[in-house]
Design a protein around this ligand. Structure first.
Ligand SMILES: [Zn+2]
Length: 156
């Protein structure tokens, strides 16, 4: 487990709040559960310029499309760049798609981002499929220790 129980508890009301928002909201919390950053974007992105390092990030995916039902390659690339402990995306079905990011050195970060960019291009070329998403997750789980999970948001 990468994040404290205080942070985990603090994420619940934040994620329930943003779950049905029509545009993306991004929150960053520290490991004590304090909200540090709140950014509002459009239907499919948030300007990441104001995001900070070393925090826990969560955001909603407002559009109910197939490819929105998991963390995007851009979500994960950004999380690695900013050394997020954890990155989470909430979908309107009440699920949270998360990745726990371990400590990575410069070369691991670089290589992992290259792998993700390769998959990003593949998704663009071949479209999204569960088998390709699964393959990507397996590959970066194995090589870099990033852990992917999907959880049902607790009711309260
Ligand atoms: Zn996202």
């Amino acid at each position: 487990m990468n994040i404290s129980s205080a942070a985990k508890k603090a994420l619940i009301p934040v994620e329930r709040e943003i779950m049905f928002q029509p545009v993306e909201h991004l929150y960053q919390l520290n490991n004590q559960g304090k909200v540090i950053i709140h950014l509002k974007g459009n239907t499919d992105s948030v300007n990441i310029k104001y995001m900070q390092d070393n925090l826990i990030s969560t955001h909603n995916h407002p559009e109910k499309s197939y490819y929105n039902n998991f963390l995007s390659t851009s979500d994960i690339i950004c999380a690695i760049k900013l050394r997020n402990r954890e990155v989470r995306a909430i979908t309107q079905d009440g699920y949270c798609h998360l990745a726990e990011i371990p400590e990575m050195d410069f070369f691991e970060k670089f290589n992992c981002q290259c792998t993700l960019i390769r998959y990003k291009d593949l998704f663009k070329k071949e479209g999204y499929s569960w088998s390709l998403i699964r393959k990507m997750k397996k590959e970066i789980e194995k090589a870099y220790g990033i852990k992917f999970r999907t959880i049902l948001l607790p009711k309260n």
